[in-house]
Design a protein around this ligand. Structure first.
Ligand SMILES: NC(=O)c1ccc[n+]([C@@H]2O[C@H](COP(=O)([O-])OP(=O)(O)OC[C@H]3O[C@@H](n4cnc5c(N)ncnc54)[C@H](OP(=O)(O)O)[C@@H]3O)[C@@H](O)[C@H]2O)c1
Length: 253
């Protein structure tokens, strides 16, 4: 039988689901007939998501709080998939000025929060003998340095890529796949708008350096995430996948 998405009726937890990329992923999965569990901190953004897409189950939570997150996920059915998307960008700061607090704040959310969610979700999968797929939303900035001031963010995502491989290695024998998606700047999210505010020429510069001559859009990321959650990628694990229209791998003079 030809390979298929097979996302209908699958239980999938998406973190950072209230806004931006996580919200777009949740909506796309819901349209595919998955049972989506949408976790983020701000109740109002989850309320508006559920108002538009009634089958989505909202979970108000902060991935930085390991115990609370664990309790909330353990109360749910066993998952088929997890998208570790919750993430923050640091305020731009030169490397030599960084404080321990600035580094820890970003590592807590982008790396440790994702590790905790993966642990809780996969422990339950293993206990119930269920296979599954974990997708970590990383960044193309782990693979090449393109601008300054974002050291906390870059090392958090590089750690996430390393965690992806480690989890894939150890969870593969249980039928659980783990992959990263690594977008460039994604047009239209709050995180991107903050970046563009401090560097207004960034869009133009990226478009110039990108073979596809445009910024990444939400659908470009959701499509790739859906592929990794689905049976179409059934033998793909431990990978990092750049979504940036070719920018990192091509030098345009
Ligand atoms: N935008 C880009 O250009 C880009 C490029 C590459 C990778 N990424 C990655 O893609 C992911 C989503 O980015 P985005 O652009 O969609 O950002 P965004 O618009 O700022 O949305 C981030 C989401 O994460 C949630 N969140 C933040 N901290 C959280 C926490 N501690 N616990 C639970 N939820 C939390 C936010 O909601 P609350 O504040 O309500 O919790 C929000 O729903 C991030 O991991 C980011 O690093 C983004």
């Amino acid at each position: 039988m030809a390979a298929q998405l097979n996302l209908l009726g699958k239980n999938i937890l998406v973190t950072g689901a209230g806004r931006g990329i996580g919200r777009a992923i949740s909506i796309t999965l819901s349209k595919q007939g998955s049972n989506v569990y949408a976790l983020s901190r701000t109740p109002s953004s989850l309320e508006s998501l559920v108002k538009e897409h009634k089958s989505i189950v909202p979970i108000v939570g902060d991935v930085n709080d390991w115990e609370d997150t664990k309790r909330k996920i353990e109360d749910l059915k066993v998952m088929d998939g997890l998208v570790n998307n919750a993430g923050i960008m640091n305020d731009f700061a030169p490397v030599h000025s960084l404080t321990r607090q600035q580094l820890c704040a970003v590592l807590e959310t982008n790396l440790l929060g994702a590790i905790n969610c993966t642990n809780v979700v996969t422990e339950k999968m293993i206990k119930e003998g269920k296979s599954g797929s974990i997708v970590n939303v990383s960044s193309n900035s782990t693979l090449s340095t393109v601008y300054g001031g974002i050291m906390p963010y870059v090392i958090s995502k590089a750690g996430l890529d390393a965690a992806t491989r480690q989890f894939a290695y150890e969870l593969g024998p249980h039928g659980i796949r783990v992959n990263s998606v690594n977008p460039g700047l994604v047009w239209g999210t709050d995180m991107t708008n903050a970046n563009l505010k401090s560097n207004p020429e960034l869009r133009e510069k990226i478009e110039y350096r990108t073979p596809m001559k445009k910024l990444v859009e939400l659908d470009d990321v959701t499509g790739t995430v859906i592929y990794f959650l689905s049976d179409l990628s059934s033998m793909v694990t431990a990978t990092a996948n750049i979504i940036d229209g070719g920018a990192l791998n091509c030098i345009i003079y």
